[in-house]
Design a protein around this ligand. Structure first.
Ligand code: KIV
Length: 264
């Protein structure tokens, strides 16, 4: 089996072929996801909430992410594996190098970091040092205390323009991928069409190049705080493998996320 690389993602964007990705935290689920056709996985700092039971991602450490990266890599040796740089692990470029090195040694192919143009220097320095970077804009959960909750971002003209500008600057700095979380569909469409790099949406409508879901949301085990954009594919399919397949099919066809699961 061939490894999935960022070149594949760029090609899929060019071919306007939508792709489904998922968070994964352990070897068993990673293997199951890969077997069903998920070729891109993220060890997200969402594990602070889904696995560790915290009410935010802030307590997650680089050791936590490195541990789960090793687990997922063993389960899915050929996937393109993104790992999150957790809160305060990339406050300076130098700190980002050390943190990224830990995750790459653990098996990540790319690191993801949250924030706008203030990260450009970090993104270009990491890229120069052979660490591919995925940027993350919109609702960036590490900033929950600045936002005052998990709220849709980019709803007004000024913040929407700032987001587009940040996305362009991060791409210019060398980011190879962008995750766009909880923004209106029209804004997501503008960003996706403006950027050359693939854009992966979560709560950003069906207009982005790819989609990502936190696996617990897709399987309906998040509990009372399930976000509006999350669809319980397990309830619909009745079987774990069929649920993952259903998610992939709906993303590829563009039927998920429909308006019911999007923000306007
Ligand atoms: O931590 C995470 O799982 C993420 C996704 C929500 C994109 O960043």
């Amino acid at each position: 089996m061939k490894n999935t690389t960022t070149a594949h993602l760029r090609q899929w964007k060019q071919e306007q072929r939508k792709f489904a990705t998922m968070t994964a935290y352990d070897a068993s689920f990673a293997r199951l996801f890969a077997e069903q056709g998920i070729n891109v996985m993220l060890v997200g700092d969402s594990l602070g909430m889904t696995l560790q039971g915290f009410d935010s991602t802030l307590p997650v450490t680089i050791d936590d992410i490195a541990y789960h990266t090793r687990c997922v890599r063993r389960g899915a040796p050929h996937c393109l594996l993104l790992s999150d740089l957790p809160f305060m692990s990339y406050a300076t470029p130098e700190q980002a190098y050390m943190s990224a090195a830990e995750l790459m040694r653990a098996g990540a192919n790319m690191v993801k970091l949250e924030g706008g143009s203030w990260l450009c220097e970090t993104v270009s320095s990491l890229t120069e040092r052979a660490v591919p970077v995925c940027a993350h804009l919109g609702l960036t959960p590490q900033s929950v205390n600045i936002f005052g909750g998990y709220k849709v971002q980019g709803r007004d003209r000024v913040s929407a323009e700032k987001l587009v500008e940040d996305a362009i600057l991060l791409e210019r700095a060398g980011a190879q991928l962008l995750v766009l979380e909880c923004v209106p569909t029209t804004l997501a469409e503008q960003v996706t069409q403006t950027l050359n790099i693939p854009v992966i949406g979560i709560g950003a409508g069906n207009v982005t190049d790819g989609q990502i879901l936190v696996m617990h949301d897709a399987l309906g085990i998040t509990g009372e705080h399930t976000p509006k954009f999350a669809k319980n594919f397990l309830a619909q399919a009745g079987d774990l493998r069929l649920a993952v397949r259903q998610y992939i099919d709906e993303v590829e066809q563009g039927s998920y996320p429909s308006e019911e699961y999007s923000f306007n």
